[in-house]
Ligand binder design. Structure first.
Ligand code: GLN
Length: 332
């Protein structure tokens, strides 16, 4: 029987807006509330990261309409670390397509630490591109005629998201390269199972280089906003990644982006996100905005303590959880 009334399968998003001054006021409040939270410690297993000032604390929101809201140390430079994994995953998808990337790296959350030396028993693939093993495999897929070309393609990719050129911090790169024994061990394990080819050192160097890209909180917010804006940088209008792959990137961020806190994060915050041991977190609110928080002290899972708090509060306060249907306050 055909129903009497048409069913609207594609309802328009709610037109309610967050007022700009309300958003700025909220950011100021959150910054003041969590500035004195003195839990966690900056990462020290990469010697260069231990030099971070635990008081650095910045929050930046970039709307898909190009409006920016910020508070604190949003121009302090730091290395992007694991947040790079999201964007290199996008480049691998662009280079090889969904099927081939899936052959080499899964999309299952691990429930283990980001640096766990573990592969899927059955398929021998690393679990997902957001943990180190999976990220090294993803990086090894980046196309190019030799190491320099691969690095240049990667830098050009980051530039499309950020909107300006960025560079690799050499002290961090060499620090990671000389101490990254776990990452090296993972690469060898994957070579053993044929998940990466024999150019291990080249793949590892490129992985350490991507982790050592210098960004600030504004850059990260812009990168997140680009993903929120279907892969198009809101200010330059440049398509950073084909729109068809944004879905893949966000899905993996949603389920795996916060390491072994990913389930709790999905439950509490309900948005695709990625953290790094630099103390940065990016959050994507699809079709609305990108959020970035930077504060180096980390909890035991490697996520920024203040960053997690700020994102929980923002999601709660503005009803940003993807599955929130109480309609508290919405942004178009
Ligand atoms: N470069 C770091 C590593 O490989 C990245 C880890 C992270 O940010 N979680 O150990």
């Amino acid at each position: 029987m055909t129903p009497d009334l048409p069913i609207n399968l594609y309802p328009k998003p709610s037109p309610n807006l967050i007022q700009a001054d309300h958003l700025q006021h909220t950011l100021n409040e959150l910054h003041a509330r969590y500035r004195s939270l003195n839990q966690g410690k900056p990462a020290s297993y990469i010697p260069e990261l231990a030099k971070a000032n635990p008081d650095w604390f910045g929050i930046c929101i970039m709307g898909v309409d190009g409006q920016r809201f910020e508070v604190g140390d949003t121009e302090q430079l730091f290395t992007i670390q694991s947040i790079s994994k999201v964007f290199v995953h996008g480049l691998a998808l662009e280079d090889h397509g969904r099927e081939r990337v899936l052959d080499r790296v899964g999309v299952e959350p691990t429930g283990d630490a980001f640096n766990a030396i573990v592969l899927d028993e059955r398929s021998k693939r690393p679990y997902n591109p957001m943990v180190n093993a999976g990220a090294i495999a993803t990086t090894s897929l980046i196309k190019g005629k030799g190491a320099t070309d691969r690095l240049n393609r990667m830098l050009a990719m980051f530039e499309r998201y950020i909107g300006h050129e960025s560079y690799i911090d050499m002290p961090t790169f060499t620090s990671e390269r000389s101490t990254g024994h776990r990452n090296r061990a993972m690469a060898h394990l994957m070579l053993n199972f044929g998940m990466i080819d024999e150019h291990i050192d080249e793949a590892l160097d490129l992985y350490f280089q991507q982790c050592s890209l210098m960004v600030d909180c504004r850059d990260l917010a812009m990168m997140a906003a680009t993903l929120a804006n279907r892969g198009k940088n809101p200010l330059t209008g440049i398509q950073a990644v084909p729109a068809e792959y944004v879905r893949d990137m966000l899905s993996v961020m949603y389920t795996c982006g916060m390491y072994n806190f990913a389930g709790e994060w999905a439950y509490l915050v309900g948005l695709p996100a990625k953290s790094g041991v630099c103390g940065g977190i990016i959050v994507v609110v699809p079709n609305r905005m990108g959020i970035a928080v930077f504060s180096p002290p980390l909890d035991e899972r490697g996520n920024s303590v203040r960053g997690v708090k700020v994102c929980e509060d923002l999601s709660q306060q503005f009803g940003l959880h993807l599955f929130d249907c109480t309609g508290s306050e919405k942004i178009t």
